[in-house]
Design a protein around this ligand. Structure first.
Ligand code: CP
Length: 304
């Protein structure tokens, strides 16, 4: 694995190997690496940015972080994004990138110069989140084959939902139901890839609480003035205390976070609430990704 831009770059064996590595790291078997990881966060992030920074430090890697946008004063405003990315990619051993839809093309060009890890790019994909999601499913359930997963929210735009669907497609007998308002369903290109692996993809506009091992709350973006996100729609797909309390024992509610109103804070006290475990486990999967990219190696000598 030179890059991790899409989960489609991985097969089941590769995903399982990464999760095995994450498990070893969690159990204290952490190697000491050397090198420099670049964090290029051109769009807002808390978990992924801090998670990759801490993951790098725990592996002994140094971090060079650029976490600003062109509208901030810390980045050369007169330089094109393409030039900025080209320069930064020449200094580091790998680049972890978060960006908007408009910036994806420029980031793809960086991949010609150094390994790139997609840390959430526009509405497209968020593969390292999917690895954290699978690690959580495996940790809670003992395996991923046969898991019954509901994915809820704005599935048209939430990149974590796309990567999770593609990642689940690598496993056997998974039962996935996409639960979304009709206008915000799973894009056909991701649904087709899931089905092409021999799975059937169900869809619904309401949650049947008895039918799933995992209720994955992909959520809604914070866009207060858009009809697609009216309070009534958000409320209809929210996990309230009453909804969570009806879930059978053993069901887990997962969420990539952040949440706005998708899961009521009162749910946190219920045994179904596993989203903070999920964010804790994400650290080990991020370390596994960095270790894997590092082990593929590239010259640490300055280029040019
Ligand atoms: N889950 C996730 O990507 O969170 P951040 O936006 O805070 O990185």
């Amino acid at each position: 694995m030179r890059h991790l831009i899409s989960i489609l770059e991985l097969e089941r064996r590769g995903v399982s190997a990464l999760l095995d590595t994450a498990e070893r790291f969690r159990d204290g078997e952490v190697p000491r690496l050397s090198g420099v990881i670049g964090l290029l966060f051109l769009a807002a992030s808390t978990r992924t940015r801090v998670g990759f920074e801490v993951a790098a430090y725990r592996l002994g890697l140094n971090v060079a972080a650029l976490v600003q946008t062109k509208s901030d004063s810390g980045m050369s405003a007169s330089e094109s994004l393409l030039d900025t990315i080209r320069v930064v990619s020449g200094y580091v051993d790998a680049l972890c990138v978060r960006c908007s839809n408009d910036e994806i093309g420029a980031v793809a060009l960086a991949a010609a110069h150094c390994p790139v890890v997609n840390c959430g790019m526009g509405h497209a994909e968020h593969p390292t989140q999917a690895l954290a999601d699978l690690f959580t499913i495996r940790t809670l359930r003992g395996g991923i084959d046969g898991a019954r997963v509901a994915i809820i929210g704005d599935l048209a735009h939430m990149r974590a939902a796309h990567s999770l669907l593609l990642a689940l497609a690598l496993f056997d007998d998974v039962d996935v139901c996409c639960i979304a308002p009709p206008q915000l369903g799973m894009p056909a290109k991701y649904a087709r890839l899931f089905v092409a692996r021999g799975h059937t993809l169900k869809s619904s506009d309401k949650l049947d609480p008895r039918a799933f091992d995992f209720v994955y709350v992909a959520g809604f973006p914070a866009r207060a003035h858009d009809d697609d996100y009216s309070p009534a729609i958000r409320q209809r797909f929210a996990i309230t205390y009453e909804v969570a309390a009806r879930l059978p024992v053993g069901t887990a509610v997962l969420c990539p976070l952040p949440r706005i109103d998708e899961i009521d804070p009162s749910v946190d006290e219920l045994p179904v609430a596993q989203y903070f475990l999920q964010s804790d486990l994400a650290l080990w999967t991020r370390m596994a990704v960095l270790e894997c990219i590092h082990s593929q190696g590239r010259s640490a000598q300055p280029k040019g």
